[in-house]
Design a protein around this ligand. Structure first.
Ligand code: NAD
Length: 245
């Protein structure tokens, strides 16, 4: 297919599954990550081996909350594959805290990674997409961005912001042939939920009509669908096992 896709926060979890999906479908893939070099190298080696992706997969470290690092990320990505046609803003962090315990740093890091990161990457990707009148963007929100979560006010606010950004950008970029959509996953089996005890995970599963956590690959399928569809834009697709209907 020959298209280039950049996926933020793809050294593990949902981002890694999204990278696998695009490699499987013949894309050139850039995976971005923020901190853990060893984990990123392991993932890179695993994906190259599994999808015979030597020369089709690159890995670039950058903190998406920092606009200068994002500028460099896109510069390096273009040096490798040329322009990016598909952008998946997946990088995110979560934190459980009472609202009254949230510090300035907690708030700024949460909004910086989950929402400003999305803004920074869109700003780098869009000028080329407008020039060629083609582009596909998917932003990863959360079901908590739709309905709000107790003890996760800053996370919910950031993810609701991602939904607002998606809808407004879809309207602005539609005339340029660019689609902008959002996935808002339910509870998915990744490192992000490793902080919960077995009992807490069981309680989440009990509250989920389908009775289990989602798999990262199930979110990757939803993301892939959204970038494959030419007439879907400004939408929020929420694979959540029925938790939020
Ligand atoms: P994860 O913790 O397994 O992976 C997060 C990824 O983001 C890692 O690759 C990490 O390096 C990267 N990252 C973190 N901060 C970054 C930064 N500042 N710059 C660049 N990369 C950064 O998490 P996950 O569960 O795979 O979550 C992926 C996305 O899905 C997040 O946006 C998350 O909010 C969202 N989400 C997850 C769940 C869930 O239950 N796991 C539910 C709803 C939404």
């Amino acid at each position: 297919m020959g298209e280039n896709v950049l996926i933020t926060g793809a050294s593990t979890g949902i981002g890694k599954a999204i990278a696998a999906k695009y490699l499987e479908n013949g894309f050139n893939v850039i995976i971005n990550y923020a901190h853990d070099d060893d984990l990123a190298s392991e993932t890179f080696a695993e994906l190259v081996r599994k999808y015979d992706a030597f020369g089709r997969l690159f890995c670039i470290k950058a903190d998406v909350s920092d606009s200068k690092q994002v500028e460099r990320l896109f510069y390096e990505a273009r040096e490798v594959f040329g322009e990016i046609q598909v952008l998946i803003n997946n990088a995110g962090i979560a934190q459980d805290k009472l609202f009254t315990d949230i510090t300035d740093d907690d708030w700024n890091e949460m909004i910086g990674t989950n929402l400003t990161g999305c803004f920074n990457c869109c700003r780098e990707a869009i000028p080329y997409m407008v020039r060629v009148k083609y582009g596909r963007i998917v932003n990863v929100s959360s079901m908590w961005g739709i309905v709000g979560a107790s003890m996760e006010v800053h996370y919910s606010a950031a993810k609701a912001g991602v939904i607002g950004l998606t809808k407004a950008l879809a309207k602005e970029l539609g005339p340029s042939g660019i689609t902008v959509n959002c996935v808002a996953p339910g509870a998915i089996d990744t490192r992000m939920n490793a902080c919960y005890s077995e009992d807490e995970i069981a309680a989440i599963c009990d509250e989920t009509p389908l009775g289990r956590l989602g798999k990262p690959s199930e979110i990757a399928d939803a993301v892939y669908f959204l970038t494959s569809s030419d007439f879907t834009t400004g939408q929020v697709l929420s694979p959540n096992g029925g938790f939020v209907i």
